[in-house]
Design a protein around this ligand. Structure first.
Ligand code: B12
Ligand code: SF4
Length: 437
């Protein structure tokens, strides 16, 4: 038995910044040893459709659904069964089943061995449903699949799943609900050591689950002498002891969801807690005083946003010396509360934007209240470009606490800005997937 794992590309352009798809290391680790596995990553290499295989397993996110269905059609035309899983498959299993022989709903742990056993017997079921949230111990990701492939240098490692917040637009709360699970810290440490990498991206949606769990992790990372990146909620700035541990453990960069400078917008998206302890300027200063380079994340299109919101936010991001930032049109994802609200309000511009051949990456997919959909698309694109102008890159580099603190950080600042600058224009306006469905 041979299984071919596929990571679909989102757009018909290839970048040079693809990261290792951790999901397939996990699936390979759950696959019985007598089964052969191979990975093709559509973002970085062609898919050899005619190579012999007994089953194809594809991970599907909303933005990659269209491409996933195109790839599946190629394999199914050749008689090879296709199984799909992931966020989009979990939220819209019926849609996915129109394009696959089987769908896995929810986490794969505890289910995948059954899928493989059924496939070996030629008795694949259409639906495999994870009813609960399997424990995350004895995780054994098998990264041999990544050998010889050109990925970004950092290794992706997961400490836990879920987030304690429930932002209206976010798929994480929709996927995990209130469930929060962490792996035993010693297993995470062993895994980091085994990667042999000196830069780790801890991909948890919010590394700050609670004070004891964050403390336990940060303390365990100190002896490893690694540099690491994370996504974290801004409220961690309130705990200075934790911030000191974060710095000592080697955290160099953090993605922080600021989302909006407007309090009413934050309230609407259920993210008003962003301002619970400090204003943004104070929280930013605390993170940066601890050497953390900030990747600021913003969305536009909530009801209080007007065409003026773009420049105000751009100025804040440059003045704050964020090493990088993204400015995205608010995008309703199926499964998230925002999607249902905008659908009920009759504001969606497409039936299913992720499958619609007219949709282009970077474009608004709903009617905002304070501007037109075109203004939303153009405003985000314009400030993304301006944030990555050479002048802005130079201005933002000049922060001795963070971006210019040492040659490593400065190199990271310059490299990530130049790659983003290049990718923004390559991605904007591209269709999802390739060709027709
Ligand atoms: C790291 C990351 C990135 C990295 C890239 C990672 C990579 N390897 O390439 C970067 C920063 C580049 C990125 C980019 C984007 N990302 Co991203 N990303 C993540 C993040 C934080 C972790 C991904 C990960 O490795 N997870 C760990 C794996 C193990 O979890 P998993 O995929 O859920 O897999 C489990 C199950 O779902 C299931 N499963 C998944 N696939 C399959 C397949 C089969 C066959 C089976 C059986 C089971 C199965 O089994 C796994 C184990 O239990 C996730 C959030 C998250 N917690 O997952 C967001 C997330 C996936 N990203 C998201 C988005 C929207 C994007 C962007 C589109 C943003 C943008 N506007 O440009 C882009 C483009 C993505 C693309 N598809 O090309 C959304 C997707 C939402 C959705 N409904 O689809 C997420 C969920 C974040 C969020 N808060 O909403 N991302
Ligand atoms: S804090 Fe981040 S991960 Fe958590 S629900 Fe909000 S947007 Fe999603």
């Amino acid at each position: 038995m041979k299984i071919t794992f596929i990571r679909p590309n989102m757009l018909p352009v290839r970048g040079n910044d693809a990261m290792e798809p951790l999901v397939f290391a996990i699936l390979a680790g759950l696959t019985p040893p007598h089964v052969e596995t191979v990975l093709y990553d559509d973002r970085i290499e062609p898919i050899p459709y005619d190579e012999r295989t007994d089953m194809v397993a594809i991970t599907v996110e909303t933005y990659t659904a269209r491409r996933a269905y195109q790839i599946a059609a190629e394999y199914r035309r050749r008689g090879t069964p296709v199984v799909m899983g992931g966020y989009h498959a979990t939220f819209l299993p019926e849609e996915v089943l129109d394009h696959a022989d089987a769908v896995v709903i929810g986490d794969a742990e505890g289910i995948w061995p059954q899928v493989v056993a059924d496939a070996e017997r030629g008795q694949l079921q259409p639906i495999y449903r994870q009813d609960g949230y399997p424990p995350l111990h004895n995780f054994q990701p098998d990264r041999t699949l990544f050998r010889g492939k050109h990925y970004a240098p950092a290794a992706l490692v997961q400490y836990g799943r879920g987030c304690r917040f429930a932002c209206e637009f976010c798929s994480i709360h929709a996927f995990y609900g209130k469930n929060l699970r962490q792996r035993p810290v010693d297993e995470v440490v062993d895994e980091i050591r085994a990667t042999g990498k000196k830069h780790i991206f801890l991909i948890d949606d919010n590394i700050f689950v609670d004070v004891p769990k964050a403390k336990e992790l940060f303390e365990a990372l100190i002896p490893l002498k690694i540099r690491w990146s994370c996504q974290v909620s801004i409220d961690m700035a309130h705990d200075l002891e934790l911030m000191r541990l974060l710095e000592r453990s080697g955290c160099t960069t953090a993605v922080i969801g600021f989302e909006s400078l407007n309090e009413a917008n934050l309230r609407r998206m259920k993210k008003h807690w962003n301002l619970k302890h400090h204003d943004y300027a104070t929280s930013v200063r605390i993170f940066q005083d601890h050497g953390v380079m900030i990747y600021g994340s913003f969305v536009f299109g909530y009801d209080e946003d007007t065409p003026d919101s773009f420049d105000r936010t751009l100025k804040f991001a440059i003045d704050s010396k964020f090493y990088t930032a993204n400015f995205n049109p608010l995008t309703p994802m199926p499964g998230a509360a925002l999607y249902d609200r905008l659908a009920a309000e009759g504001r969606l511009l497409y039936d299913r934007w992720w499958l619609d051949p007219r949709f282009r990456y970077g474009e608004a997919v709903f009617a905002p209240a304070g501007m037109t959909a075109d203004q939303l698309t153009e405003g985000c694109y314009r400030i993304r470009q301006e944030f990555h102008s050479l002048r802005s890159i130079a201005v933002r580099a000049a922060d001795r606490r963070t971006n210019a603190r040492d040659p490593y950080r400065l190199g990271l600042h310059l490299a990530s800005n130049l790659v983003s600058k290049w990718m923004i224009n390559k991605k904007q306006g591209q269709p999802l997937g390739e060709g027709n469905l």
